[in-house]
Design a protein around this ligand. Structure first.
Ligand SMILES: *Cc1c(COP(=O)(O)O)cnc(C)c1O
Length: 357
């Protein structure tokens, strides 16, 4: 026998890892600069590292107290009820819970193109169907209500990424509110703020307070440097709160993850350094890269380099790993994560040399 028909399902293409590339090229992993997956160049919050070590001792227990404590702390921070915080195995896990809670078989969702591949994957896992709204390069990938509503046709979930991956642009809160107003009562507007900490603007959580049709996604993978731990959360409308207990995997976030998350939230210095360095790197890249870039509010910059596959390949031979955006439908662009100052300077220098060849 075989699995069900998975032919409409796609495979997630992650950025390439340091170990993988080092082995392939016969290089020392320490000589490689990895700027392909929007990871934190400073590593995890040191406080989180300590918490993870300590939590190892209690790894035999189910994470009951830590799960509740983290939920409560996040609820406090955002001014919502604990039941409105949905922890998950990474932001991706939370996307699954929301799809599980929202979709009946055959329901449609609306996702951005180019955009984050997992929205569509998750919807399909949950027997949903996928339609796209197009961001236009000619229009600098503008994120506004008209772009989304122009392609909206009664979908059950509309995914907005703000700041957007891979372009770095963002929606105004007014645009999000307009989209929520103009879509059906039964449409959930899901605002993915995986990069929210890097943008200096208000979070759409403000709208979750006022309405029953907007939810927000956040993650510990980016600013807190905990991508390997897998921890994210949703902030959902009050009316949705009860659904979590009905759709989540019991103990959705591990003891290690919850303890790490609690510690990271208290480590303001690490987050601040990360955000400040990313802001510096965005500006540095846009000013010194010999290629057109788009204004970014995240910890990465999208650059138009011509043949992205060739440029990414050349850069990799020089020890700098960036993301070829062909899988996003942008074969002429690479996405470069904001590194430390030294990493960012090296990436730009190597990239400019490759472009000059
Ligand atoms: C990184 C990212 C996420 C979440 O990643 P997790 O590691 O699963 O938390 C969600 N959305 C976008 C757009 C991302 O780039």
């Amino acid at each position: 026998m075989e699995p069900r028909d998975l032919s409409s399902h796609t495979v997630y293409q992650a950025g390439r890892g340091v170990e993988e590339v080092a082995r392939e090229l016969g290089l020392d992993p320490d000589d490689l600069v990895k700027l392909a997956s929007n990871e934190n160049p400073f590593g995890p919050s040191p406080a989180a590292v300590e918490a993870i070590k300590a939590a190892a001792e209690s790894a035999n227990s189910y994470p009951k107290a830590s799960h509740a404590d983290l939920t409560e702390k996040l609820a406090d921070e955002w001014g919502v009820a604990p039941s409105q915080i949905w922890l998950g195995n990474g932001g991706d896990g939370v996307l699954d819970y929301l799809a599980r809670a929202a979709l009946d078989p055959g329901d449609r969702v609306l996702v951005p193109e180019p955009g984050f591949a997992y929205y569509a994957m998750s919807a399909r896992f949950h027997h949903g169907e996928v339609a796209e709204y197009r961001l236009s390069k000619a229009d600098d990938f503008a994120l506004d209500a008209e772009t989304v509503l122009g392609d909206y046709d009664g979908e059950r979930v509309v995914y907005l990424t703000s700041p957007h991956n891979p372009t770095g642009g963002r929606f105004s809160l007014d645009a999000v509110a307009t989209i929520a107003d103009e879509t059906d009562e039964e449409t959930l507007v899901l605002v993915d703020e995986a990069y929210g900490e890097f943008a200096d603007g208000p979070s759409a959580v403000e709208l979750v307070d006022e309405r029953d049709d907007v939810a927000v996604l956040r993650t510990f993978s980016k600013v807190y440097g905990l991508a390997g731990v897998r921890l994210g959360y949703g902030v959902v409308p009050e009316e949705w709160a009860d659904a979590y207990a009905r759709v989540n995997t019991p103990f959705a976030a591990s003891e290690i993850a919850c303890r790490a998350g609690l510690a990271a939230l208290d480590d303001g210095a690490h987050a601040e350094k990360t955000v400040e360095t990313a802001a510096w790197a965005r500006e540095y890249m846009s000013e010194t890269l010999d290629a057109p870039t788009w204004e970014s509010h995240g910890n990465f910059v999208l650059a138009e380099v011509g043949d992205a596959e060739a440029v990414a390949d050349q850069l990799q031979r020089r020890g700098v790993i960036v993301r070829d955006c062909s899988s996003f439908g942008l074969p002429e662009c690479v996405r470069i994560t904001c590194g430390t100052k030294a990493e960012t300077r090296r990436a730009v220098a190597e990239c400019n040399e490759v472009l000059a060849e």
